[in-house]
Design a protein around this ligand. Sequence first.
Ligand code: LLP
Length: 445
Amino acid sequence: PASARRDARGVLQVGGVDATELAERFGTPLYVLDETEVREHARRTVAAFRTAAARHGALARVYYAGKAFLSTEVVRWVTSEGMSVDVCSGGELEIALAAGMEPAHIGFHGNNKSTAELERAVEVGVGTIVLDSIIELERLAAIVQRHGYTQDVLLRVRSGVHAETHEFLATAHEDQKFGIAMEDAPAVVARIREIEGLRFLGLHCHIGSQIFGVAGFAESASRLVDLHAELLADGPVPLLNVGGGFGIAYTSADDPNTIEELAAGIANAVAQECEVRGIRVPELAVEPGRAIVGQAGVTLYEVGTVKPVLLEGGEATRTYVSVDGGMSDNARPALYGADYTVTLASRDGDDEPVLVRVVGKHCESGDIVVDRGYLPADIAPGDLVAVPATGAYCFSLASNYNYVTRPAVVAVADGRARVIVRGETLADLLSRDAGILPEGTRMPE
Ligand code: LLP
């Protein structure tokens, strides 16, 4: 987080709270989220898109993609800064509702929403449902007709733009599961418009995640506008949602655009194509997740073992630093080869930095937290280390692999810390096993 500093003793502070104090009070591993920074990103993103759209006489609707990190507190922070919230499962929907947010400001996504999930969404009055298939369209049609509701919907399409990112993070090229082909859209939209109880709001597309540069978004946006213009011939199309996916810096090698540059680039691309088509600029919607929370999070771990290992060739060594978490609290290195950095958090490291690989406690050699990092040579058990930029897709992708409990999330702001999601206990883990015997009893011989 931007608020990270070191005090005179070299202890890392986040949001004005000592990392050592956080570890003592809440244990490790610990997800720390800087509330001030999340709010700042939310506010700035809303302002950037509203300003960029207003330049073309249009409105902007900025959703927070909850999949990056969702808890009731975070919902309250981002909504109070003017964001709507995008959810992609019944579970995420319940968290957003439990936060007390206005259902009309929720958007509901996903390529395979169940009938039960759609029913719940329609009943509570979510603002928009993003339709992902013809089967889902008919599923939703049956629900709104049964209950006599009216529901705003978007249609997700594949713009064909292949975002330059990890294969698993790219979503708008043809051969993948999301959305429908652009050329099929007119017929599907015609069907939506036929159904009483469904109101067609516009198109949706998301080209992928952790994308740098404006070009991919701009290209996708102008292709969408072409289709949007075509659809205007048979009825209103008030909105265009160009998705999220704005990249952030995980290491110094990453050089993302500012949110203002992205907003201007996207809005200009939309406006330019609208002008070519001779249509009004529609309300613009975006839905970033990572860009709101990613940088605002840091994970604290305690070092357990330190082990120098001879590298191939036999000269140099790499120091394996094992921490008390790993791929269960941050699956991204294992899943996407994601890079992170590491820093000593509990003291000044005077010693020369050495090449380290920070690894977790799981039974896999791919259980890597930081593949290549530098820590002082005297790094030792009991030291606290911090891995920055872990606010997005770490908590939300966490697992119980190896029956490891998932860490707590603590929010820091103005020198104060409080738990916003409690850590899991062993009792939580055991509670799901249907065969647990009463304490003190043994398996029958
Ligand atoms: N909208 C839709 C329809 C999405 O599928 C996603 C992300 C977003 C918005 C938000 O994307 P963001 O702004 O956060 O990049 N687990 C992966 C990322 C998966 C993204 C899935 N969809 C990771 O850890 O990098």
